[in-house]
Design a protein around this ligand. Structure first.
Ligand SMILES: Cc1cc2nc3c(=O)[nH]c(=O)nc-3n(C[C@H](O)[C@H](O)[C@H](O)COP(=O)(O)O)c2cc1C
Length: 208
């Protein structure tokens, strides 16, 4: 990859960057189910750029209403005990196979990034807008992963909403999980899924 120097504060930037490749990437982007992901994942440098791009989102009044928790290597395995314990507490009758599946959720991909939405309730920027920014972070991360040649999926599953899991991740009262972004290499290529019809989504303000 040619060397790239990220811009610093005040650098002049072009307002647009025409890229046929980017158009193609966005038109073909698809999630790959976490179950189909495997090695390799992004190396440290690539992951750093993926997170840099993810964080480069519109953000009304620069609140930075998000943060990341990165799971890699053994941390994915270690966190499995948190998932298993919480799952068992919720589903005491679950069999070992199911509990072990829950334990290994983060092991499905080489890298899992928890995107935490951090809302400042006292800020002038409406909370809704702060939450939207965290969503944009997740989508940017999917696109950045794809541009690096990695497949990814934005997932919440049950553990994004589980109190014990959120507590173990250190989430404060103003924090929620926007998503877990699983990043790796797809063992099988996904197929196109049904897409909404654009003509049913678009209206004009003065049409009958
Ligand atoms: C906030 C959010 C949470 C999601 N959670 C899950 C999930 O828990 N499990 C799942 O299979 N897909 C989940 N998805 C859907 C996938 O990320 C993905 O959008 C879907 O597989 C469609 O694929 P596509 O991105 O190629 O359109 C979620 C999407 C969003 C936006």
């Amino acid at each position: 990859m040619p060397s790239f120097k990220p811009p610093v504060l005040g650098d002049p930037l072009p307002g647009a960057h025409f890229s046929q490749e980017a158009i193609r990437l966005m038109r073909l982007r698809r999630s790959a189910p976490a179950d189909t992901l495997g090695e390799p994942g992004p190396d440290a440098d690539s992951l750093c750029v993926i997170l840099e791009i993810a964080a480069r989102v519109p953000d009304h009044r620069r609140v930075t209403p998000f943060r990341f928790v990165v799971f890699e290597g053994d941390d994915r395995v270690k966190f499995g005990s948190v998932l298993a314990a919480s799952f068992q507490a919720n589903e005491p009758d679950a069999g070992d196979d199911r509990v072990n599946y829950e334990r290994s959720r983060f092991e499905r991909a080489p890298v899992v990034v928890a995107v935490i939405s951090v809302v400042d309730p006292d800020h002038r920027t409406p909370q809704w807008e702060q939450v939207l920014t965290a969503g944009a972070v997740c989508q940017n991360m999917l696109i950045a992963a794809s541009a690096h040649g990695f497949a990814a999926q934005w997932i919440t599953e049950w553990y994004a909403y589980d109190e014990a899991v959120c507590a173990r991740l250190g989430l404060g009262a103003n924090e929620r999980i926007a998503g877990f972004i699983y990043i790796g290499t797809a063992k099988e290529d996904p197929k196109e899924r049904a897409r909404p019809r654009l003509d049913r989504l678009i209206s004009k303000p003065f049409q009958q």
